[in-house]
Design a protein around this ligand. Sequence first.
Ligand SMILES: [Zn+2]
Length: 648
Amino acid sequence: MRFLIFLSLILGICSGTGAAPTATTPVKNRAPLASTPYTLLPLTAVKPEGWLKRQLQIQATGLSGHIEEIWPDLGPNSGWLGGTGESWERGPYYLDGLVPMAYQLGDPVLIARAQKWIDWTLNNQRPDGAIGPVKDTDWWPKYVMLKVLTQYQEATGDPRVIPLMERYFAYQAATLDKVPLKEWAIYRWQDEALTLFWLYNRNGDPKLLELARRLHDDGYYWPNQYVDFKPLYQGKVTGKDCTLKTHGVNNSQALKTAAIWWQVSKDKADIDGLYNQFKVLDKYHLLPNGVHSGDEHYAGNDPSQGTELCSVLETMYSLEHIIAATGDAGFGDRLEKVAYNPQPGTYSKDMWAHQYDQQPNQVLVSVAKRAWSDNGPDSNLYGLEPNFGCCTANMHQGWPKFIANLWMGTKDDGVAAIAYGPSRVSTTVRGGVNVTIAENTGYPFRQNIELVVSPAKPAVFPLELRIPAWAAQASVRVNGKAAAGVKAGTFLKLERKWKQGDRVEIVFPMQPRISRWYHNSVAVERGPLVYSLKIGEDWKKVKDRQEASDWGVAPTTPWNYGLVFDGAGLEQSFQVEERPIGEYPFSPEGAPIVLKAKGKRIAEWQIVNDSAGPVPQSPVQSASSEESIVLIPYGAAKLRITAFPEVK
Ligand SMILES: [Zn+2]
């Protein structure tokens, strides 16, 4: 009997089923790495609740939970399972989302499914330290697999992970002269640096920082690209000018480069480079949905251009690390904008189908040659593998990593709300006290958030709250008493003795606001949500694969509206209506909030090259009569106008 218990313990540890204790304490940077304002929490510290949990369940019952049955590249013949099939980035991409999703949902079927892949990698390290499919000699897919292993180790404590990484990095350091970084690996080295830091913070081996420096020296230092941003890069790039430097996903991964390298260099010039990078990319390529264009390469500010799903996800992941390194609340506003708008907007409501490219002004989803920089004719279909399968493999990481990073640890052993959404965080704060905070909210569809703080025993520690820049009238009350120092665009620090059941009530009043875009067009935002014209949608099957079919969407109602603003002011121009947060919040019929506005049709604004033609320069004249129009959250509108002409 005793032997059986012992055996099952061993098996439990070796199969990673959670027999080993899971730590909840964030592991901060170890010197000489720079001390960062915030530190990511171990994977299982944050769990989704409310509508966000439902959203993750939608993902798990959609393509993410069935892809191995449907898509051969992630089937049993994958090179990452020892087969002869796809042996490059697709297995690691998938696991980078499957692992966090499985553990956040605590779903034994998904956990076992992920384990099969993890075990193959852990059990098949070669004597020289190499990992992954033998036939793949590219360093890049391993960057992703290493990120997967950090999350898996945090969730399970599996004792095999760290020794495997140590052997792998020793192998890489000894091999780089012979097998240098090439292609993608040159431009994405910062993703491996994150894992090198992760391991260094656990084992203190200075060789890991030497390897990080080697990757930096051999790789491409992105911030330099934006110092004198080439005129060629300042609009849509096509033909032979499309390179790995103008590639949309590379640029999204690159956003975090300076924030990561600064942790080694501690040079303020790197942080200046980070801000300059955003300034330049925003000027030439930002779209009103909060992401930069890239269809497949830089595509300018026209809202009929597209952004690839992988870019949306990598922008989110970059922002999560940038906030940790800089502590700048503004990056949290950006993160929410991307997570809550272009991310859901590019999936079908049930998350079975995704687009390769989404458009802020998206009035027709069909197979047609569009004015992309160089993507194919099926790029904006909602489907299994439109254009190219990278997004099919990579789409699983968005929600799980966003959920994991809603909360972070603070430099002074507290906890910080980085982004908001219904969730529960359990972590260890100052003095080793365990604390759980329940976040009850319908955010971003609602403006009220309640936190219930439950430390294991009364304890003094800081709780930091991000106050969005748009929340000028924000208020925070602790046990009914107004907190002082609430300032939009900063973190509010509440340092006090917290005890079981303390309540923090937050109100972020959400007033409609407008921002100016291409051709002086206007976008409507309210809180973290961007609002788009609700257009009647006719979904037509382009290719039948049961649930995993490809779909086109045609408009059944007019889309060519300009907005008419009430002379009394902006707020009077919109009527806000709250509706229940139902089964599918990111669907036109399920939108939990709508804005009613006034519009006029602009007769000359028509479809050009199967997309909405260039937005007429605002202000525009219209002889049409005024009509009531409905705006819904961008993420709910699969056809949409987001950049509107303003009618004078
Ligand atoms: Zn992709």
